[in-house]
Design a protein around this ligand. Sequence first.
Ligand code: FAD
Ligand code: SF4
Length: 432
Amino acid sequence: MDELDYAIRLRMMQNLANETVTHRHSAKDRAEPVRQYGSFNPGTGVGGAGEHWGAVSNRYPTDQFTLATHLHERFGSRLPEDLAVQDWGVTYDDLEPYYWRAEQMMGVCGKAGNLRGARIDGGDPFEGPRSHEFPNPPHKLSYFPSMFRQAALDLGYRPFPIPTATLSRGYRNPDGIERAGCMYCGYCTRFGCMIGAKAQPSNTLLPVLRDKKNFTLKTGCSVRRVIHRDGKAEGVTYIDASGQEKMQPANVVLLSSWTVNNIRLLLLSQIGEPYDPSTGKGTLGKNLTHQVNQQVQLFFDKPLNLFMGTGGLGYAIGEFAGVPMGLDPSSGILRGAEIRAQTSGEGPVSSFGKVPSEESPQEWGSQWKKQSLQWHDKVAQLTPARQPTWPIARTIWTSIRPIPTTLAIHCCGSRSIGPITKSARNSFLRST
Ligand SMILES: Cc1cc2nc3c(=O)[nH]c(=O)nc-3n(C[C@H](O)[C@H](O)[C@H](O)COP(=O)(O)OP(=O)(O)OC[C@H]3O[C@@H](n4cnc5c(N)ncnc54)[C@H](O)[C@@H]3O)c2cc1C
Ligand code: SF4
C-alpha cells in the first residue's frame, strides 16, 4: 500500500481539481471553493467513503433519538431559543432490529454491555439494550489501548472495546458472504482493505446485488437532476462515463450521494424548500452536521509499535459521554463524548514529525527533524468521539482536560500531554 498516494494525496476521495464544494462563514460572505482537504474527505466511485472508512461501528445512545426532549427537560429555559435539535421521530428500540441486521452483514466485532436489559461486564455500560451479542468477538488488543484500558480500570472507569467492522476472525454473514480476519496491517482508514477484512460496500453489498437479474451497475456516471412531476419522481438525468447525457426513468429514486451532494441534487432539481438562514424558514440544507474530532497527544518514553493496528482498534470509556459526570450543569455544556485510545495504524509519513512543541516550536528545520526521529513511534492520541448532534455541541475538550491528563499519567509513563493541532499548541502542558 502506498501511504503517500492514499493517505496523504487521498486517492480514494473526490478529486477537488475536478469538482469541489464551496464554503462561507456567513450568508454575507462570498462562497469560496474548497481546494484542500481537512477532515472533510468525501469518497468517490463505487462504494463511496464506505470503501475507505475506519469501520468504527457504534450504535447511537438511546437518548440521542429524543435529544430535544431530553435537553429541554434538563436545561429548560437556559437553552438558546434557536436550538436546532429535534427528536428523531423514531426510537432506539424501533431501530434495534436494523442495527442488528447491519451488524451481521458487516460482521461487527465487540462486546455487548447490555443484552436485553442485563448489564454485562466488559462491554459499554451506557449502551442501549442489544437483542444479541456482537457477531464477532473484539479484536486482539494492541499496546497503547491496553495501557489505556488498565489506566481507566485503575481510575474506576469501565472501559470497553470499540465496536468495529474490521473482522477479528474469518466470518460468513447471513447472505453467505465470507471474509477473512484482519491482519492488523494498519493501512486501513483512507485505504481499501486488500483482503476484504474491512466491511466495504464492494465486499458486502455488491456480491449480493450482482447476482440479481434486475440489477445493473453503471459506473463513472454523475446524476444531474431528479425529474419529477406533481410531487412524484419520474427518473433522473445523468452524464454517463462517455460524457453523454442520459435519462433513466424510475418510479422510485433513492438519494444516496452523501449529505451535501444529496442537498445539492435536491436544490438543482427544485425539490423542497431551501433553508434561509436569515429567516430560519425552509428545511433543505438546514442543520448540516459534520463529524469534528479533537485529539490530545501523549508522549511516551518507549516505542508503541503504532504501525500495527486497524481502523477502530482500541478501547473507550463512556463516563463523559451524554451529560458528563462531575460537570456543573450550569456550565452551558450540553453533551460530552466518549474518550478513546486507538491504534489505527500509522504509516512512515503520518507518524513522522510529532514533537512536543516546547522541544521544537516550528515544524521544519534540523532541530525538528532530529526531534521527530527521537519521538518516532512514541506519540499516541486520546480522542473524544461519538459526539451527539453537532449544531448544539461546542468543544468540551478544555473542560475535561484534567481527565485525559490523569489517564495519560496512568498510561504507564506518558511523559507529557499536548494538543495535536498547531493552533492549540500554545496550551501544551506537562503532566509529569
Ligand atoms: C477517512 C474517513 C473515515 C471514516 N471512518 C468512519 C468510521 O470509522 N465509522 C463511521 O461510522 N463512519 C466513518 N466515516 C464516515 C462514513 O464513511 C460516511 O458517513 C459514509 O460512508 C457516508 O455514506 P453515504 O452512502 O451517505 O455517502 P458516500 O459513502 O460518500 O457515498 C456517496 C457516493 O455517491 C457518489 N456520488 C456523489 N454525487 C453523485 C452524483 N451526482 N451522481 C452519482 N453518484 C454520485 C459518490 O461518488 C459516492 O460513491 C469515515 C469517513 C471518512 C472520509
Ligand atoms: S488493518 Fe485489517 S481491515 Fe484494515 S486494511 Fe489491514 S487487514 Fe484490512
